[in-house]
Design a protein around this ligand. Structure first.
Ligand code: ARG
Length: 635
């Protein structure tokens, strides 16, 4: 639907001819590809440059005022001629009666191209309304062979969130959750098979300590009711006890007392022994541990659901087998990657890698003197096991930049082991800190607390406008979604690597580029549709050539950029690429309201404008869902 209106305007521009000539073009999901193809054809005719050189040199612009496309003439690498002069010459020769483009403008060596509003509205609005949720998705990107769908999809593992059981869910986990879920959605929408994986911190001596705490003070009922809080409280309590005990032993030591007996019986030693039983896979202790883990996961799932996240796999440090780790230790020694030093096993990167890189990676322990494996050891085995199981084409670790070194060491060891092809498929997506994240009830403990606090704050903000508040059907549920949107949009506003300051006041505001603003923009579009009360038939039969105003053209031009924006996001892997687009687009829509009234206009005009706003609503909803937000229809 829609595209025939474009192809019929230009001689020889059939969909088949375009996709044959430009294999990277997919006009049926991205109409701008058709425009690029046409532009390449025309410019090739004028300049004599090959279409295959021109097509990839046609870039998007930073703003509508700079055109829809820009061509930097020097990018064509024409020898012996001045780019400025060529740009001017080609612009003059560009046909004045082109069906799709106005005559180009130039600035130095740059040529700017503006799409004609009429044909674009006529083709794009029906296409968007027809594709619906699919508009912006690109099933070709994830295909093993874009020409042969039967070859199947590429597979990606996105590992994200990965909190530690019985410990606080901190800002690093929050960011990993938000960014990771977005990346998973992005790849899924681009035709990849996505495995969403959560790698829990659920293993180590401290979990032996936790199990001890449960034996001493645990409460079955409290555990069932709120496992995350109960385990956390136990953990805090036993840790305090252990610290006090250590201090007391130290003090007695100083006084010259014999503390051998005390040390053999202390909590730390008990925890070590308990954890040893866990790693020995003793039935009863493992069963107990399984209960903690299962209950915690059940609770995590509820919270993730509020963020529209469902993991395909809950992996975790506890799932790495001791056998695999013993095996890899032998392999590393045999391949001279590690050496034993004073009973512990080390990897010395300064010996493995010459120069700076080796220095940067330093020396790290793989196995402690007492034989226990470490975080890094587990990650090595886990990575290889994931490859065995999933044969992934790509794997992304969404982890704070505080662990840059850890992941570099991980990938390097896997490479040194001889699995370069696997290491090359792995990527660390990092991010900066959140500063000053605390709730009014103190420092943040759990994801639920963060979300609840934002929802509460949002609820108060909403109450400030009593008139509007009275009209909201379900204020609590609405505040909840708005609160979540606030946190997420604030997190995704800047580049991932930047730190930002958690600012409850700013992020819950309806003004500025915030989550509530986006939600407001969406629900306003929904409200216009409700009030216009037109049928689908009405919208289908709308005469879109009535959309002559510059404001209408600008909105359609913005809407045409959505598939390109998603493609670009696959390169940047930055949520802000999507967010920046959505704000620009929403601003174009909101500044058009005064000029393009729907309700109150004459019927035909009403139909055409409603079709335009309906397309805008679809694009905004698609973008919000890609980010992981739940678009509100009323608020
Ligand atoms: N649980 C870890 C932490 O809280 C994050 C895990 C990151 N993923 C990994 N494969 N190491 O720091």
């Amino acid at each position: 639907a829609g595209l025939d209106k474009l192809t019929s305007l230009v001689n020889g521009l059939s969909l088949n001819s375009v996709t044959e000539k430009y294999p990277q073009a997919h006009p049926e999901i991205n109409p701008l590809d058709l425009y690029r193809a046409h532009l390449s054809n025309v410019l090739a005719g004028i300049s004599g440059v090959d279409t295959q050189i021109i097509y990839p040199a046609i870039n998007w612009t930073t703003g509508l005022d700079k055109g829809d496309f820009v061509l930097a003439v020097p990018a064509l690498r024409i020898k012996g001629q001045k780019p400025d002069a060529l740009a001017t010459k080609w612009a003059e020769e560009f046909p004045a009666d082109d069906a799709l483009f106005d005559k180009p403008t130039t600035s130095g060596p740059f040529m700017s191209f503006f799409l004609k509003g009429g044909p674009l509205s006529n083709s794009l609005i029906p296409l968007i309304r027809n594709l619906g949720e699919e508009y912006g998705r690109n099933r070709f990107n994830g295909m093993r062979d874009p020409k042969d769908p039967s070859q199947g999809k590429k597979r990606i593992i996105v590992e994200f969130s990965s909190p530690n059981v019985a410990k606080p869910f901190h800002a690093g986990h929050l960011r990993s959750t938000i960014i990771g879920s977005f990346l998973a959605n992005l790849y899924e929408g681009s035709g990849w098979e996505v495995v969403r994986m959560n790698y829990l911190g659920d293993w180590g001596k401290q979990y032996g300590l936790l199990a001890l705490a449960y034996e001493k003070y645990g409460n079955e009922e409290a555990l069932q009711k709120d496992p995350i809080n109960h385990l956390f409280n136990l953990y805090v309590q036993i840790n305090a006890e252990m610290t006090a005990e250590k201090e007391s032993i130290e003090a007695q030591k100083k006084e010259g007392k014999d503390v051998t007996e005390l040390e053999a019986q202390c909590l730390d030693e008990q925890a070590r022994r308990y954890f040893k039983r866990m790693t020995d896979r003793e039935e009863d202790v493992l069963q107990q541990w399984q209960i903690f883990r299962d209950l915690s996961i059940a609770r995590y799932k509820e919270t993730y659901a509020r963020l529209n996240i469902a993991f395909d796999k809950y992996s975790g440090e506890s799932q790495v087998s001791e056998d695999a780790m013993a095996k890899i230790a032998v392999e590393m020694e045999m391949k001279d990657i590690s050496r034993v030093d004073n009973g512990a096993t080390l990897v010395d990167f300064t010996k493995l890698l010459p120069g700076k890189e080796g220095k940067r990676l330093g020396v790290t322990v793989i196995r402690k003197k007492d034989g226990t494996a470490l975080y890094l050891t587990r990650d090595i085995c886990e990575l290889l096991a994931r490859y065995e199981t999933y044969k992934f084409d790509h794997m992304i670790y969404v982890v704070a930049s505080a662990q840059d070194l850890h992941l570099k060491q991980l990938f390097e060891i896997v490479k040194q082991l001889g699995y370069k092809d696997i290491a090359d498929r792995c990527q660390h997506i990092n991010f900066g800190l959140v500063l000053g994240m605390s709730t009014r009830k103190g420092t943040v403990k759990f994801l639920d607390d963060i979300l609840r606090d934002c929802a509460d704050h949002m609820h108060e903000t909403m109450k400030k406008n009593q008139e509007k508040y009275a009209q909201v059907e379900n204020p609590v549920a609405t505040a909840d979604i708005l609160g979540i949107s606030s946190v997420m949009v604030q997190d995704m506003s800047g580049k991932r690597i930047n730190n930002y300051t958690f600012n409850m006041e700013a992020m819950t505001s309806f003004e500025g580029d915030t989550g509530p603003y986006l939600q407001y923009a969406h629900s306003r579009l929904c409200s216009i549709k409700r009030r216009a009360n037109l049928t689908d038939e009405d919208l289908l039969s709308a005469d879109l050539s009535l959309l002559t105003e510059q404001h209408a053209t600008n909105v359609v031009r913005m809407l045409s950029q959505w598939p390109d924006t998603v493609q670009n996001t696959l390169k940047t892997l930055e949520p802000t690429t999507v967010l920046t687009y959505l704000f620009k687009m929403s601003h174009a829509v909101s500044s058009s309201y005064d000029h393009l009234q729907v309700v109150g206009s004459e019927k035909e005009l009403m139909k055409a404008r409603m079709a335009l706003y309906d397309a805008a609503r679809i694009v905004l909803a698609n973008g919000m869902k890609l980010l992981g937000l739940t678009p509100l229809e009323r608020m």
